[in-house]
Design a protein around this ligand. Structure first.
Ligand code: 4NP
Length: 150
């Protein structure tokens, strides 16, 4: 099988969950000495050009990951084709990505969380849920990269 050289994480708005996944994955790729391009995007267009939401920036910063420089993008069929792996954060993302068209598609929760959705913290009241979301993303991203190590 072709070596995985690029991964894109895709959620709905690209301001809460996938920016955290991008930040963690970049840190873990570098920690593992891998050469994998990492990116993130949203299926929706509401937040194009915006920084991640305050709570995502805050939880990532508390864990030592700076995601404040990231800016939201929307997926396109063309962009998706440029990535070896497309990783959706939940089932509705999967459905939306399939409509745009993608192969090598999987869900982040399948790498350690029994294929659960990473819940969308945009709709949580307050900061509390972001810790759970961060931890879930971190476990799954690490497992995903461990699978690609050899
Ligand atoms: P994300 O969260 O998909 O984790 O970035 C959302 C951000 C914004 C919206 C929905 C989800 N929105 O509807 O604007």
């Amino acid at each position: 099988m072709k070596k995985v050289e690029s991964i894109i994480f895709v959620c709905l708005g690209n301001i809460c969950r996938s920016p955290i996944a991008e930040g963690i994955a970049k840190r873990e790729v570098s920690k593992r000495g891998l050469d994998i391009k990492i990116a993130s995007a949203g299926t929706g267009d509401w937040h194009i050009g915006e920084a991640p939401c305050e709570n995502s920036i805050r939880i990532a910063k508390e864990k030592g990951v700076d995601i404040s420089h990231q800016r939201a993008h929307q997926i396109t069929a063309n962009a998706l084709q440029q990535y070896d792996r497309v990783i959706a954060l939940d089932d509705s993302n999967l459905t939306n990505i399939k409509k745009v068209g993608s192969s090598n598609l999987s869900k982040l929760g399948s790498y350690g969380f029994n294929n659960e959705d990473v819940p969308d913290p945009f709709f949580f009241p307050g900061f509390e849920g972001f810790e759970k979301v961060y931890n879930m993303i971190e476990v799954c991203v690490c497992n995903l990269l461990d699978e690609l190590k050899d």
